[in-house]
Design a protein around this ligand. Structure first.
Ligand code: NAD
Length: 262
């Protein structure tokens, strides 16, 4: 599953799942463009990729602003000549009761989590169409499959990403471009670890909720991304690969579990 001679652009690649994907791709030989709004974080990952013997640059751009996406893609192509793999990973989670949600917060969440995925795909996709090859991997969420309370913006955006993945796969298969998504469950990133430390998340409860008995790790998602990026998944397109330790397929039995049944 080598990715030698490939160039991958990972949005929001400065930490968490994006960082793990960037490092996993680099271990398979790919050169990496790290997109971020947080450039010190991006530069740390760029150094980690270089330490693995691959080329890497950091590019600042807010994925919710199309002009910035165009600048990012121009910079990446100037540096590496092409983009073989796009990972639409940048995302934020808007939390709060729907009846109180301000217009600006709804627009921000949809702007980054859904519009960002579309416009990054469109701008990079045009380059891929010219080359008649490409691979796009969208990081969705199990929150795009089953609804979670007080997360209407996030769930709607991620549900949209899953449908967008199908739509783009249909549009661009004729150009030899595959588009797939990954829907992670709760993944133990730095951010989630911070929330656990602050007492806002209960790690044991989260681990118990997944029948696998543990939270996911960024590497669990990265391994799935390596598979989707590789030629071994050549006939897989428009698919959403769920990486959640069986959380989402089990969740509607939760009340049954809560009753103490085994
Ligand atoms: P994270 O917050 O740790 O990292 C996201 C990165 O994206 C940050 O470095 C941030 O600076 C960057 N970013 C934010 N807004 C940006 C923008 N407008 N333009 C460019 N970069 C931006 O998040 P994470 O947990 O690693 O999540 C990565 C992706 O995985 C997100 O799409 C998230 O919704 C999804 N996801 C995460 C989990 C989880 O449990 N961590 C579960 C399911 C899905």
């Amino acid at each position: 599953m080598g990715l030698e001679n490939k160039v991958a652009l990972v949005t929001g690649g400065g930490r968490g799942i994006g960082r793990a994907i960037a490092l996993a791709f680099a271990k398979k030989g790919a050169d990496i463009v790290i997109n971020e709004i947080d450039m010190p974080a991006a530069e740390k990952v760029v150094a980690e990729v270089k330490a693995l013997g691959c080329r890497s640059i950091g590019v600042k751009a807010d994925v919710s602003i199309k002009k910035e996406i165009e600048g990012m893609v121009e910079t990446a192509i100037k540096e590496f000549g092409k983009i073989d793999i796009l990972v639409n990973n940048a995302g934020i989670s808007i939390v709060g009761p729907s009846e109180e949600l301000e217009e600006s917060r709804w627009n921000k969440g949809i702007g980054i989590d859904l519009n960002g995925v579309f416009f990054c795909s469109q701008v990079v996709g045009r380059e891929m169409i010219n080359r008649k090859r490409g691979n796009i991997i969208n990081i969705a969420s199990i929150a795009g499959i089953g609804a979670l309370p007080i997360r209407a913006t996030y769930c709607t955006a991620k549900g949209g990403v899953i449908m967008l993945t199908k739509s783009l796969a249909c549009d661009w298969a004729r150009y030899n471009i595959r588009v797939n998504a990954i829907a992670p469950g709760y993944i133990k990133t730095e951010m989630v670890e911070d929330l656990i430390k602050k007492g806002q998340y209960d790690e044991e409860a989260l681990a118990r909720r997944a029948p696998a008995g543990r939270m996911g790790l960024p590497e669990d998602v990265a391994n799935a991304a390596v598979f989707l990026a590789s030629d071994e998944s050549d006939y897989i397109a428009g698919h959403t690969l769920v990486v959640d330790g069986a959380w989402s397929v089990y969740s509607y039995l939760q009340s049954w579990l809560d009753e103490g049944r085994k």
